[in-house]
Design a protein around this ligand. Structure first.
Ligand SMILES: [Zn+2]
Length: 459
């Protein structure tokens, strides 16, 4: 079909050349441009960037044309909370996630990631922004179970904060991630060591001095309040330990924080089985790599059913109050997987009271506005042609994002055939180590949702 369309569009364009270029047009398509929906639009892409969008746009004669009738064109999706490992960005891209924001990794492959995201070259991987090493204390989350060979630097004191953060910025951290985690909300006898309030404030001040956002991991409301009072810019997770009250919402609003949702990971911890159902969906199953299947189907040994209702209520209340919430998945934690989990996250956000359009905004234009991602997340002239074409209308039915027709990255069509990555996957934790295709041979993912303690109230 592509051959026929190509020949209609341009007699001089041989089929192989058609597939090889990053210029094309889509005719008569519904467009969600990151903010609003345009019906029956024509979209022109030239040399990897969006050139024109609109009802009256004329398509240049030399371009191949794709029929968009019955379909919806979306910006490539942005997952605002992941942990990358070799192969992860390819897994993401096969599901239309064209940009990933890593929230802690030890590989710190900044040079390659930065080079890729400013180019418009053909690639089979999503672009990456990254925190690199997060700020935690010795033995604290997420390093409590780290293997001894890692030797990850940790913060020694508040006085050490400036030096520590400066080192991360020199390495290439796009933002600074902090961990406040004791597990005390689970009423266990043993709690984890964590940053003191003075250290949290000092690290956030150092991040701001280096013009970096300070993003705080916590799963406890008390710690979220502490972080916000210290000037944190964001919470890395929706708060799960309790339903937050009016005072918390007022504080979040007054301090202009934003939140990375990661509701899907709490759904998995609560044993809802959404990810398992997703893995069986015929729109999903054929495109999953071994790693995606493994993490999507992985289960926590214990389920904590009371977490997800709190998360859903907090998402609803904070969104209703106007707190910006960007869509994130915390992949590849158990019950999640790079790329596909973001589609689940969009469905959960709608369940929590977002309109489908608001959910899509949270995975496109909103993270672009917050993280300054360099002209992505929109179907707008001048922006990168990272695009997702789906059958149906996700503005009415958000699950239609799974009916993927085509994906483009930098204007080039993306293959949906999963590669067979040679990976060692730890089925129990979902953490992964992989031989490197990119030189980061000791790369590993450490989950920043800490392992839950054995005895949990309400579980
Ligand atoms: Zn995480």
């Amino acid at each position: 079909m592509r051959v026929a369309i190509c020949l209609l569009g341009l007699l001089a364009c041989a089929p192989t050349a058609c597939a090889a270029t990053n210029s094309f047009a889509i005719r008569d398509v519904r467009v969600f441009d990151g903010d609003r929906t345009i019906e029956n639009a024509n979209v022109v892409v030239e040399a990897g960037r969006i050139a024109k969008v609109g009802f009256h746009v004329t398509i240049p004669a030399h371009l191949r044309i794709i029929d968009g009738r019955g379909k919806t064109l979306l910006p490539g999706l942005i997952d605002s909370h992941v942990h990358v490992f070799p192969g992860a960005q390819a897994d993401a891209l096969r599901f239309g996630v064209t940009t990933e924001l890593d929230m802690f990794d030890i590989s710190r492959n900044f040079k390659r990631w930065t080079a890729q995201r400013v180019r418009l070259a053909r690639t089979n991987e999503a672009d990456t922004w990254a925190a690199g090493l997060g700020v935690t204390v010795r033995g604290g989350a997420p390093l409590q179970d780290a293997p001894p060979w890692l030797h990850v630097p940790t913060l020694k004191s508040a006085a050490d904060a400036r030096k520590f953060v400066d080192a991360r910025v020199r390495e290439g951290s796009d933002y600074i991630k902090l961990f406040i985690e004791t597990l005390s909300e689970y009423h266990t006898r043993k709690t984890l060591p964590t940053l003191t309030p003075a250290e949290v404030c000092a690290v956030i001040a150092a991040a701001h001095a280096d013009h970096r956002l300070a993003i705080v991991h916590t799963q406890a409301e008390w710690a979220a309040r502490e972080a916000i009072n210290c000037g944190a810019d964001a919470l890395a997770h929706m708060i799960p330990d309790r339903v937050v009250g009016a005072h918390f919402i007022a504080l979040a609003k007054q301090r202009h924080i934003f939140i990375e949702s990661t509701d899907d990971v709490w759904a998995a911890v609560s044993g809802l089985g959404i990810a398992q159902k997703l893995a069986r969906d015929p729109r999903v199953a054929p495109y999953l790599s071994a790693a995606q299947k493994s993490t999507l189907l992985a289960k926590d040994k214990k389920t904590v059913r009371w977490l997800f209702p709190n998360v859903l209520a907090n998402t609803r209340a904070l969104h209703a109050a106007g707190i910006p919430i960007v869509a994130g998945t915390d992949s590849p934690n158990p019950g999640t997987a790079h790329g596909v989990a973001l589609h689940e996250e969009l469905q959960i956000l709608v369940k929590a009271g977002f309109t489908p359009q608001e959910a899509l905004h949270a995975a496109t234009a909103l993270p672009d506005a917050i993280f300054h991602l360099g002209r992505r997340g929109h179907v707008t002239p001048g922006y990168r042609a990272d695009l997702l074409l789906v059958r149906g209308n996700p503005i009415r039915n958000i699950a239609d994002t799974l009916s993927i027709d085509r994906i483009w990255m930098n204007g080039y069509a993306v293959s949906r055939t999963p590669e067979n990555h040679e990976r060692a996957v730890n089925h129990r934790t979902g953490s992964q180590r992989a031989p490197s295709r990119h030189g980061d041979s000791r790369s590993a993912t450490l989950q920043d949702r800490p392992k839950l303690p054995r005895a949990q109230s309400g579980s």
